[in-house]
Ligand binder design. Sequence first.
Ligand code: RI2
Length: 318
Amino acid sequence: MHITEKALCQLILFYTVSIIDETASKIEKMEIRGAGRIARAAVSALKEYALTIDEDDPERYLNALKEGCLRLKNTRPTAVSLSNALSYVMRHVSGESVDEMRESVAKAADNFVESSLRAVDQISAIGSRRIVDGDVIMTHCNSTAAIGVIIKAHRDGKHIRVYATETRPRHQGYITARTLAGAGVPVTLIVDSAVRFFMQEVDIVVIGADTVASNGVIINKIGTSQVALIAHEARVPVLVCAETYKFSRETAMGRIVEIEERDPSEIVNPAIFEGLDIKIRNPVFDATPPKYIDSIVTELGVISPFAAYEIIKKLEEA
Ligand code: RI2
């Protein structure tokens, strides 16, 4: 089959755009989810895109990269890990020629993915030291970092058991329960509204974060602030597991974190209320004040939530 040069260019263009679009759409639909995972998926897509953009002019090449970045960044507004990861890669674009630029993007994307996975491992090692033999743990939603801490404690021979909330409306708690059970951790699934009922048995709450604001506020899955408030009432410490790329520099500059609100159909089929004046709202994150959080475990160590600003400054200087 003979293929013209023009057709080949169109094919390459379609392929490159589709890498970005495909990943962006998977992130939007939450087929790829979790603050760390969306960051890694986005930079990996950007790398693939960077390697295949059919453009010889460095300026136009850079513009195409920026467009790809924007499409990926606009998929989910709350988790700062996504924009921090993409900004990291874009900051490292260097070189005079398109080939050099391609290489710099690929290298930065690989570096981000590698250091992000290393950070999760470091958090598991550090955070698991906070788990004591015999602890009953409660977790909410599905956080790779929090699960890493729990599984490491279990592998270290600590006899622990876990209450995992269902996490309405998308039931990410099912994934958590499956993962923990698969690793041999005794796990009990509970509905979100049973958190206070079971809190009296709990020794420590271990959760993740989508964004850590400069004032120590944690933005995480909707319901997290209720879990933390109940834990606070019961004098149960709350351990937040968050890689430093989840710390938001923008909040130090005064920006308020946007809370994503998703389609009501994730909660209930609106058709069942047809003809009735009923609104359904689906905010998917909430903000937990630092006074309800004992510590944040980062790959750099355990910090007080009130030290979030110091971490942001430190990263800026690095
Ligand atoms: P890791 C998730 O958001 C949850 O809120 C979870 O706690 C947080 O990201 C951090 O997850 P979503 O994508 O990065 O389910 O620790 O909305 O995996």
